[in-house]
Design a binder for this molecule. Structure first.
Ligand code: 26V
Length: 816
């Protein structure tokens, strides 16, 4: 394969011997009788040994050099599989492949046995995984902190077109990558009461006596960077009941009560919250947030004290990044630890807290902004609630002291929302308690300044900054698309692998070379054939690899507008049926994505996709011209198969609502053309790739805002003005796609026309017209492949290494 040139025989022999030793002594199997899964485990363990050597070297070096550490706190890490990632970054992929072949074991098959570590919902979790890998690649001394969920994101099954959720069980056969560290454990308290005490020096102190305590147990996974340069640690916490908790009840004969208390304590790390669009405010979620924040802060303060002796140097030696507001309770917890456990003054504690913490915002959707009922916080975290009140009081007093009395302003910047029952605003808490607040694309950052954080931004104009997202090219190019990688390396040299940000540009001149474009098209064609085989195997549907693969894969959300794509699909279907002899561009519409289990509208959109797919695929009039597929159970691994096979990438959110998007970057890097709105990172992609190599359409943020202000969300006029749109809506509404239940989509269609919150109808005609330009572009292959090559060549800037470099120099102040 492409990323390693030589396969030295000694390395192959050594790896082969290592795998056999692991199989025998760690897995306890004879090669003759080993199951495939035993081989997977043996290979992973052999690879892990290589990681450990580098890991220890790197850790020792960090200590020796007293490097500043970065702590990335995230409730989600959407890692996917690690075998190929680790082998490839260690430079052992070809070695392993050869060694295993000698043993009669096929690495391509074995890799499919690894379950995805799906400890995340979508973009936010995948970004955390990309960033960990990039921090190791760049040699940032980093620790990821999160929860070791026993069950990751649910498995999606499609039954009769409907999504059904099944429990995911990634740990069923154990996890060869992790190290359990039972000796690294911390108590995390909940509930109870706070009492005021006066210490020997007459200083008044608050003492929190928790009513319950849960133990956080550490599990460490080494994360290796490119070329094995450095290896960082992802430390995930599992919740375990305190032993003495149930013992007393057990001895008193209350067996059931004891067991249920254990279950309650341990439920904290049982399952990932499978939602990413509405902060439902359940107590368990707040418990999860506090649990991992408290354990992580205790752990990092212990490390800091052990190494540096004094907490006063914390901001010089540690940077803590909060991935969205999910860990925002860290502001109050760090204050509590510094004040109550380490005896610092308020001023000292506040200086250290704000000097160390930084916050990344990932969404402006009002329903996703976290707030917690004051009553819940007072019960679960009484000391933290006191601290939050104090932060708030000091802040408001400070503003009044500066002569600011504007009631509207004070209300907007308060940590407590008074309008809908009293609630703590976690976004405002994070803003005040952090020295840096960043958005994830230029547009999103500007919208943070203008909307959700407008008032706080006026008071602290330097705090908000932008860090446009990036993706790791190791996974999303080298591993997911070895064919394209090989072509690129063949063309501009192996230096590309170490410096893709700069070397990708060298591909540009080849966009006008026919021979190169032919090879570029040929690799895509092979990737498409592989996807065709996958769809045939899983769905029994035959696809034509020469058709244009038009792909929308992501969480199902109204704002991401899968409905707009479906309306286009239906309109296209009708147009082809009306005039089948026209020179249509054959298309395959590919959808995949999960809906939150309680998000009924999103689940209905999945059903509609499947209803449309069934009808269209069975209609002989459109045969060979249009196919629709919904591929179940979208996850990182499936993304790695779909993205390199896509011709057209759908990034069509209502302008202003997608903070950045990252799959948009993965598609473009792999040479798909984007059809998209001026939203999130699409805006910056256009600046790099060039407008002529993308298909931008639709209302801009300004136009969306103007309509919202005018209350102009009724779509009847737009529908009446667009015969194509009205016919598509009518067909869906009247049951053309749901003959078994003709009224199934009546509510959905009526909702769209009466109150089109996401402006699907308003954007329909622009989208349809842009899609016809896609067809025209596709009909001239020379043009299409030129654009495709330029997409790949111009995506270097969207590397996670660029993004992490910016975090490192502007926010964390490491690596200088
Ligand atoms: C919110 C909630 C609410 C409570 C229940 C659980 C839960 C889980 C996640 C979230 C936040 C979702 C925010 C998110 O995923 N944002 C995405 O972040 C990507 C990385 O920055 C970005 O590319 C996407 O545009 C953005 O939607």
């Amino acid at each position: 394969m492409s990323t390693e040139s030589l396969v030295p025989a000694e390395k192959v022999a050594a790896f082969r011997a290592a795998v056999l030793a692991k199989l025998t002594y760690a897995v306890g199997k004879d090669p003759e009788h080993a199951f495939d899964h035993d081989w997977f485990e043996a290979i992973a363990l052999a690879a892990r040994d290589h990681l450990v050597d580098q890991w220890m070297d790197h850790t020792r070096q960090i200590y020796r050099e007293g490097q500043k550490r970065v702590y990335y706190l995230s409730l989600e890490f959407l890692i996917g599989r690690l075998l190929i990632d680790n082998l490839s970054n260690l430079g052992l992929l070809e070695v392993a492949r050869t060694a295993l072949a000698e043993l009669g074991v096929d690495l391509e098959h074995i890799r499919t046995l690894e379950p995805d570590a799906a400890l995340g919902n979508g973009g936010l979790g995948r970004l955390a995984a990309c960033y960990l890998e990039s921090m190791s690649t760049l040699g940032v001394a980093a620790h990821g902190y999160g929860i070791r969920y026993e069950h990751g994101l649910f498995r999606q099954q499609i039954v009769d077109g409907w999504q059904q959720e099944q429990t995911e069980n990634w740990l069923e056969f154990g996890n060869p990558w992790e190290f359990e560290r039972p000796e690294v454990n911390y108590p995390v308290g909940f509930c109870g009461a706070v009492t005021t005490q006066v210490d020997g020096q007459g200083v008044v102190r608050q003492a929190w006596e928790p009513g319950e305590t849960v133990r956080a147990i550490a599990y460490d996974t080494p994360i290796v960077g490119w070329r094995g340069a450095s290896v960082n640690t992802l430390r995930l916490w599992r919740a375990r009941a305190e032993e003495n908790l149930h013992l007393e009840r057990f001895q008193a004969g209350d067996h059931i009560g004891a067991v249920s208390e254990v279950a309650r304590a341990e439920s904290i790390s049982r399952v990932l919250y499978p939602a990413d669009s509405s902060a439902a405010g359940q107590e368990l979620r707040l418990r999860q947030e506090y649990f991992f924040v408290s354990a992580s802060l205790q752990d990092l303060l212990r490390r800091h004290l052990a190494q540096h002796g004094s907490l006063l140097t914390l901001p010089e030696q540690a940077a803590i990044q909060l991935n969205d507001t999910h860990p925002a309770i860290a502001v109050a917890e760090l204050m509590r630890l510094l004040l109550d456990e380490h005896g610092l003054s308020w001023e000292q504690a506040w200086t250290l807290t704000t000097g160390t913490l930084a916050y990344t915002n990932h969404t402006l959707l009002p329903e996703a902004l976290e707030t917690w009922a004051v009553a819940l916080m007072e019960r679960l975290l009484p000391r933290h609630m006191q601290i939050i009140y104090l932060i708030n009081a000091r802040h408001i007093d400070d503003l009044r002291g500066q002569g600011i009395h504007d009631f509207g302003l004070l209300r907007a910047v308060s940590l407590i929302e008074e309008e809908h029952g009293r609630r703590v605003r976690m976004g405002n808490l994070a803003f005040l308690g952090c020295h840096s607040v960043n958005g994830v694309s230029a547009l999103h950052t500007q919208l943070m300044r203008n909307t959700v954080f407008a008032e706080l931004h006026r008071l602290y104009p330097k705090r908000i900054n932008n860090k446009t997202n990036g993706i790791t090219f190791r996974r999303w190019l080298y591993q997911a698309n070895p064919r394209l990688t090989e072509l690129l390396v063949d063309t501009v040299g192996a230096a590309l692998l170490d410096a893709p940000q700069t070397c990708l540009r060298d591909i540009e001149p080849y966009a006008d070379k026919a021979a190169f474009c032919r090879r570029f098209a040929a690799q895509r064609r092979l990737n498409k054939e592989a996807l065709v085989a996958l769809v045939r195997e899983r769905l029994g549907i035959a696809l034509d690899p020469d058709a244009l693969f038009d792909v929308q894969v992501k969480r199902i959300h109204e704002y991401k507008r899968q409905l707009l794509n479906l309306l286009h699909t239906v309109a296209l279907y009708q147009a082809i049926r009306t005039d089948p002899s026209t020179d249509w561009v054959p298309r395959v519409k590919i959808f995949a994505g999960k809906a939150a289990a309680n998000y009924l509208q999103a689940k209905l959109i999945i059903k509609l996709t499947n209803d449309i797919a069934r009808t269209v695929n069975a209609d002989p009039t459109v045969r060979g011209l249009l196919k629709v597929v919904f591929i179940p159970n979208y996850n990182v691994t499936l993304a790695e198969s779909i993205i390199p096979a896509a011709d057209l990438s759908e990034q069509i959110s209502t302008a202003g609502l997608e903070a950045s998007g990252t799959s948009n970057m993965k598609f473009a890097l792999n040479g798909a053309l984007t059809i998209g709105t001026l939203d999130g990172a699409n805006v910056e992609m256009r600046e790099w790739i060039g407008d002529e190599n993308m298909f931008i359409f639709g209302l801009t943020v300004r136009q969306v805002e103007a309509r919202q202000r005018a209350g102009d969300l009724n779509a009847e006029a737009a529908i009446a003005a667009s015969p194509r749109l009205s016919e598509a809506l009518l067909a869906i509404r009247s049951g053309v796609f749901s003959p078994d239940e003709p009224a199934r989509y009546a509510g959905l269609v009526d909702g769209l026309s009466g109150h089109d919150r996401y402006m699907v109808c308003a954007d329909f005609d622009a989208y349809w017209n842009r899609q016809r330009q896609v067809d025209a572009h596709w009909r001239t292959p020379k043009q299409w492949w030129r654009s495709a090559v330029l997409n790949t060549a111009r995506m270097g800037w969207f590397s996670a290494d660029r993004a992490i470099g910016e975090y490192a120099s502007d926010i964390w102040r490491v690596l200088d």
